[in-house]
Design a protein. Structure first.
Length: 216
């Protein structure tokens, strides 16, 4: 690891998982672009131009988001992913936490038009990528529904209530973030002991790519 990627030991003592897990999953790997709104979450930039997110801030935001999510009735929480690599993590997260998953295209009016058959009354929405999941974010803004979003270095943050800074494109990164978020939400609810682990591993949250190229 280069000097500009080193995190002091004192800064990693309280992480939810060992620093190595975050690094191996690529959680801190951003894009070659950054927004001024995401600047506070950026740690440094690599020689190849990729911005690196601050893992300590990611860890802190997972804790904050979990406390926030735990306040809501599970059936009124919707987790969204239009990204294929987010399908499996979102479904696993929702299965454990008890909220509703929407993967793939978000139908227009789903949160804004009660007359539609696919209408969902949501009190909280979690999105995997606010740019790709823009339809859900826009409708949440119109309805005053708070949004928790996994945001990369270049993500838009309009109508976002709470940012979790992370690589929101990678298979392993999305698996680890949703696994940690599920664990923390259940711990906040008291459904999982502070030292207890989830009954499923991080690898079970990870999207699988078949030889045909299909993602499951």
């Amino acid at each position: 690891m280069s000097n500009n990627e080193t995190i002091k030991e004192s800064e990693t003592e309280e992480l939810l998982v060992p620093l190595e897990m975050y690094l191996a999953a690529g959680v801190r790997i951003g894009t070659r672009m950054k927004s001024k709104f995401m600047q506070p979450f950026i740690y440094s930039v690599r020689p190849d131009g990729l911005y690196l997110l601050n893992v300590k801030k990611t860890d802190e935001r997972i804790r904050i988001a979990a406390k926030f999510i735990a306040r809501y009735e599970p059936s009124k929480i919707v987790a969204v992913s239009a990204r294929q690599y987010g399908y499996r993590p979102v479904r696993k997260f929702c299965g454990l936490v008890g909220c509703r998953p929407i993967v793939g295209r978000v139908m227009p009016g789903i949160f804004t038009n009660p007359r539609l058959s696919h209408f969902i009354e949501a009190d909280l929405i979690i999105v995997t990528d606010p740019r790709v999941d823009a339809q859900a974010v826009e409708e949440a803004g119109k309805m005053g529904i708070p949004v928790v979003a996994l945001c990369d270095t270049d993500s838009p943050i309009s109508n976002i209530e709470l940012i979790i800074p992370t690589n929101n494109r990678g298979r392993k990164a999305l698996a680890l973030i949703y696994w940690l978020l599920a664990r923390q939400v259940l711990r906040e609810r008291g459904e999982l002991g502070l030292d207890e682990e989830l009954p499923v591993s991080v690898s079970e949250f990870e999207a699988k790519v078949l030889a045909t190229g299909e993602v499951i």
